[in-house]
Each structure stands twice: as C-alpha cells, then as structure tokens.
Design a protein around this ligand. Sequence first.
Ligand SMILES: Cc1cc2nc3c(=O)[nH]c(=O)nc-3n(C[C@H](O)[C@H](O)[C@H](O)COP(=O)(O)OP(=O)(O)OC[C@H]3O[C@@H](n4cnc5c(N)ncnc54)[C@H](O)[C@@H]3O)c2cc1C
Ligand code: SF4
Length: 295
Amino acid sequence: MVLGTYKQVVTARSTDKQIQKIAQDGGIASALLCFALDEKIIDGAVVAGPSEVMWKPEPTVALTSDEILAAAGTKYTFSPNVWMLKQAVRQYGLEKVGTVAIPCQTMGIRKMQSYPFGVRFLADKIALLVGIFCMENFPYESLRTFISEKAGVDFDLVEKMDIGKGKFWIHTQDQVLTIPLKETHGYEQNGCKVCLDYVSELSDIATGSVGSPDGWSSVFVRTDGGDTIFKQALEAGAIEAKAINEGKFGLEMLTKLSTQKKEKAMKVIDERKAMGLPVPFKASSEKEGDPLANV
Ligand SMILES: Cc1cc2nc3c(=O)[nH]c(=O)nc-3n(C[C@H](O)[C@H](O)[C@H](O)COP(=O)(O)OP(=O)(O)OC[C@H]3O[C@@H](n4cnc5c(N)ncnc54)[C@H](O)[C@@H]3O)c2cc1C
Ligand code: SF4
C-alpha cells in the first residue's frame, strides 16, 4: 500500500489549450477545480496564488476560473493553504470549498475533519481535495539561495521550475539550467525528513508528474466523491485519460520513489525516537520488523 488506496490510476491531462500552456504538468489540478467551479460542485477554491514576491505563493481564495488559473504551476516553497480554509468559510461564506494540497496539508485537512476542535463549521465544507505529490519542499530563502548560487541565474528571471530525472530544472526566457538533486540536499525543509506520504494518500484525487510523459499527469482517483467528479470531468471533455504506463516509468517508478521516501523517513523517525525526541507518527520499524508495516 505504498501508494495509498485508490479506485483507479491513469495518465491524464486537461483538454484546454490555455491550461496546457500554463500548467506544471497535465493541468489536472487546475482543470478539475475549474470544472468543479463551473458545475457548482464547489463555490470557490483555496489555491497557492501569486504574491508580490517572485515565486513566493500566497494562499488565495479563488472565486473564478481566472483566479484558479493564476495559481497554476508549482512553487517549490510553502503555501499554507490550510490556514486559508477557515477564512474561505468565515470571510468568503463558501459552503463547498475546493483546495489543492501537498501530502502534509492533505493529512492536516483530514485530521481537522476527524477532530474538528474549533473548526466544526469547516469540517463538512471541504467538497474537493486535490492532492499533489511531494518528495520534499524548500524554505523560500533556501530556494532562492541554491538557484542563484548553484545555477548562477538571477532568481527574478526564472519562469518555471521542475524536479525530474534526478535534477532540479530551471527555465528562463532563453535558457534551461539544471542542478543535480544531490546538490539541493541540505536545503530542504527539516520536517520533510520525517514525512511518510509521497502521493497525497488521503486526498480525493491525487496528481503529479512522475509516472507520465511530459505534458501529462499521473492521477490516483481515491474517494467516492473524487471518482464522481473525475468521471463527470471526463464525460464533459474537460480532461482526457489513458492507461498509465505499466513499464519502467509508470507505476513502477511511483512505487519505487514512494517506498524510498517512506523507508528513508522511517529511519529518521526511529533515530529521533531513540534519542527521546518527539515524532509525528506512532509507527516504528523496530516493533514490526517491517519498515512499512504501519505506514
Ligand atoms: C513542493 C512540491 C514538491 C513536489 N514534488 C513532486 C514530486 O516529487 N513528484 C511529482 O510527480 N510531483 C511533485 N509535485 C507536484 C507537481 O509539481 C505538480 O504540482 C502536480 O503535478 C500538479 O500539476 P498540474 O499541471 O496538474 O497543476 P497546475 O494545473 O499547474 O496547478 C498547480 C496547482 O498546485 C498548487 N500549488 C503550487 N505550488 C504549491 C505549493 N507550494 N503548495 C501547495 N499547492 C501548490 C497551485 O495552487 C495550483 O492549483 C510537487 C509539488 C510541490 C508543490
Ligand atoms: S515532503 Fe512531506 S512534509 Fe515536506 S512539504 Fe512535502 S508533504 Fe509536506
């Protein structure tokens, strides 16, 4: 179960040419939120919108498709979207909220729904949780530093960033630069070292680039609600899907990366436990003999 539970897994993309152009991968996150908004399945969405500071996302309540699309593309630093959910309901009066969340945020939202201390009014208003895959994340200053120092490029000229094939890719208007991922180690957020979820296992629909060709996304349809929305979006022609590659770059690669992430994090968790430090999960490889037994 290293990829969580799911009803189906496919390779998919938005059919909208504008979304294809601005999206990080297949534009599944933007396409599903826009579709859900058009169909009134949600009445707004919390997304990682732009801010005045280059590449520093700001959690934003998007009430229109244009506002959803303004948030397209991956920003490799924190966007505390969960914090904005309360305001989406309290200040914006939303009854059916959509959101995009990396795995730790997905866990936070599900925990909040299961133990709604102080947020009971919010728990049943999450209508669509699109999870995105995440191997690691960077504090803003870390990101800025390693991009300008290791790639020797002016951070303000960066137009797109991506992680893939063992490298951190940086696109400017006229060049594409890469930094080997082993050189970005040390710059990541400390908390990511104990993170056991790669593919947003608790989301309604999870999506990411690994496992699919460029311009397409790998998609896990997980919950009944997610399944209904995904099918409706397919039928309406908002998205298109095909079988995921079963070979080296399909599920096999996702399984490998997810297993590696869990095993590495479990080691750190056990080390921290041995030192008497608090850890975020009860799971222990010592007890079970199997590092993934409780994951
Ligand atoms: C920190 C980070 C690490 C990632 N690591 C991997 C990985 O290892 N493997 C992999 O396959 N995919 C990874 N992804 C996911 C991938 O980069 C794309 O976000 C995903 O495939 C969705 O692409 P899309 O074309 O469907 O989304 P788009 O249609 O381009 O929309 C992107 C959506 O993501 C949201 N978003 C952007 N940045 C953030 C952020 N920092 N926090 C929360 N939400 C955000 C925006 O609100 C937007 O709605 C990572 C994403 C992040 C943010
Ligand atoms: S690795 Fe885990 S803790 Fe770090 S940002 Fe990604 S989901 Fe969150």
